[in-house]
Design a binder for this molecule. Structure first.
Ligand code: DHB
Ligand code: FE
Length: 287
């Protein structure tokens, strides 16, 4: 049985990658966001995960509007980043874990999630930026990855309820894995933001607060409204919260909040970072 240690939840704004490339982490604009990762660095140093299961959304790098899977799971032994048009330096590749990916895929299909399987997959800023934030200093990634992409781009979008169920099914599959890998789960994107259209720049602090307050203790509360209602509440890109919801589902029932940071704005986004530790990890720590 894999050991699910906890979850890292963070915005994935591409401009963060630009700030890292320019060494601006401690500039006044950026430090209120980057400082939110200090507790995560401390936690990762003791948690020492082997594998990261990453719920994120592709923004047109690996999938485009012509072929858009609702849920896609990487099943490769390596993954690459590529230039997606933001002008960010291309980051080092990532090791995968195809055997664990296939185990998760089998569990998901068994649980009636008919996912797309990807034996090759490019990963965009939504995976790369959270990794640069979590393991700063030069693009060495100490974990193998299982990327799980959720469509947040092309309507119809999956319901938040279905995304939570997907995450729970991934958690169930991890608990039935034969190995004893130490797993960290990522949920990336959000919080409220809208990049274009009449409401470009839209941010909803009240909704963001509701999401952060309920994510740990009552994730089902985030699934009471439809994907379209989330677009209304959080903006057309704020729907990326479904990646957080799915990641939360994978953590199991009991979690403890270790840290939280919320800062407006980073680029067009209400930038947020949270760390939830899974119940068993919290108990072990207390013992
Ligand atoms: C921004 C935020 C995103 O989530 C994204 O994918 C691209 C851009 C932004 O705020 O600039
Ligand atoms: Fe995004």
């Amino acid at each position: 049985m894999a050991h699910i240690l906890g979850g890292i939840f963070t915005s994935h704004v591409p401009a963060i990658g630009g700030a890292i490339a320019r060494g601006q982490e401690q500039d006044p604009y950026w430090s209120p966001f980057f400082d939110g990762f200090k507790p995560i660095h401390r936690w990762l140093a003791t948690a020492r995960p082997d594998v990261a299961v990453v719920f994120y959304n592709d923004h047109g790098l690996n999938f485009f509007l012509d072929k858009m899977p609702t849920f896609a799971v990487g099943a490769a032994d390596s993954y690459h980043n590529a230039d997606e048009g933001w002008g960010l330096p291309v980051q080092n590749g990532f090791k995968g874990d195809a055997a664990l990916s296939w185990h998760i895929i089998e569990g998901l299909v068994e649980d009636e999630f008919d996912v797309t399987t990807c034996q090759s997959m490019l990963v965009d800023h939504a995976l790369v930026v959270p990794f640069q934030l979590s393991w700063p200093g030069g693009g060495q990634w100490p974990v193998r990855i299982v990327p799980i992409a959720i469509n947040t781009v092309q309507h119809p979008l999956p319901s938040p309820k279905r995304c939570l169920a997907l995450g729970r099914a991934v958690g169930k599959a991890l608990r039935s894995w034969q190995g004893d890998e130490r797993i960290v789960v990522f949920g990336t994107g959000g919080l409220s933001h809208q990049l274009d259209g009449e409401r470009a720049g839209f941010i909803n602090q009240r909704y963001d607060q509701f999401c952060m307050d309920n994510l740990g203790p009552d994730p089902d509360a985030l699934t009471k409204i439809s994907a379209l209602d989330i677009v209304e509440e959080a903006g057309s890109q704020g729907i990326e919260i479904v990646n957080w919801i799915a990641a939360r589902g994978a953590l199991g029932e009991d979690v403890a909040e270790v840290s939280r940071n919320y800062h407006i704005p980073i680029s067009n986004t209400a930038a947020a970072t949270m760390l939830l530790e899974s119940g068993s990890t919290a108990l072990e720590r207390a013992a």
